[in-house]
Design a protein around this ligand. Structure first.
Ligand code: AMP
Length: 283
């Protein structure tokens, strides 16, 4: 595996692959890798000839009171995991290389970013869409892989790719969960054992709603209430629970198969998100 930490080296390496007729796949991450990230690598491996993974803790997608400084990081471990997963190139860089003095250009997707996580994380999606655009321009992949774990991010990025005619396909990949249902997240490392147990409320609530839907319940408020009940029982602080259309994230009053129930809540000081597309198999 090549480890590239220079923007022009990265572009040169991927340009050579494209010139040789190879399809390049790309997986952007912020590091502290887990099996969720590695599932994206697996999808990229299966679909592309060469796989590039970036590990970049992007400061512009964190608000001033968020966890940028505390975010877990272990590059040596990430590197070993990526090597073992058959990645061709790891790209790492610094905030000053990505955002040099004078940096003044931002990519913004309107509307979709105002709701759900966007309502409580002002500027978050602007940071995401800007860094992903820059990384896509540097890597030039034909496919980039994103987790459905961050469902709103996936929808926003697919909108951006379509609106800006970016020559890439943004591929969504299923959520990877712990055996007990907790969605894998780098932020799970913040949870102490008692919080780890309480954090199960998100996935348990989604499962309750999934079972209610399978039993014929289609009322949006009733399905949302099923999730809220689990969160209240676990004393998790609700940010939102909403039944939404997977295409445009508009709130749905009535569930149809594929409608997404999305939840965000704080357990202690850790903000967690999860979602499930109703009627889809639970993984
Ligand atoms: P992050 O490092 O948190 O920015 O995540 C990098 C990519 O991994 C994003 O596309 C996430 O949606 C994806 N991802 C994170 N957790 C999971 C998970 N549990 N299952 C699937 N994909 C995930």
């Amino acid at each position: 595996m090549k480890h590239l930490d220079d923007l022009s080296q990265l572009s040169a390496a991927t340009a050579a692959w494209r010139a040789a007729g190879l399809h390049v796949g790309f997986v952007p991450t912020m590091g502290a890798l887990h099996a969720g990230h590695l599932s994206l690598v697996g999808a990229a491996r299966a679909a592309c000839d060469r796989v590039v993974v970036s590990v970049f803790l992007n400061p512009t997608q964190f608000g001033p009171n968020e966890d940028l400084d505390a975010y877990p990081s272990d590059l040596a471990r990430d590197r070993a995991l990526l090597e073992e997963a058959g990645v061709d190139a790891l790209f790492t860089t610094s905030p000053s290389a990505m955002y040099p003095d004078g940096f003044a250009t931002w990519v913004e997707v309107e509307g979709l970013t105002d709701r759900l996580c966007g309502a409580s994380r002002e500027g978050h999606f602007r940071g995401v869409t800007t860094v992903v655009t820059k990384l896509l321009n540097l890597v030039g992949p034909c496919r980039a892989f994103f987790g459905e774990k961050d469902r709103q991010q996936l929808v926003v990025l697919q909108r951006m790719v379509a609106d800006l005619n970016l020559p890439v396909e943004a591929v969504g990949c299923p959520i990877v969960r712990e055996p007990d249902g907790l969605a894998l997240s780098s932020r799970n490392a913040y949870l102490d054992p008692a919080e780890r147990t309480r954090a199960l409320a998100l996935s348990q609530g989604l499962r309750d709603a999934q079972q209610a839907f399978a039993g014929g319940e289609t009322s949006g408020p009733a399905l949302e209430a099923a999730v809220r009940a689990r969160l209240e029982a676990a004393a998790a602080e609700l940010d939102y629970v909403e039944l939404v259309d997977p295409g445009n994230l508009a709130r749905l009053a009535v569930a149809v198969p594929g409608a997404v129930l999305a939840v965000a809540a704080k357990v202690g000081s850790t903000r967690l998100i999860d979602n499930h597309a109703l009627g889809q198999p639970w993984r």
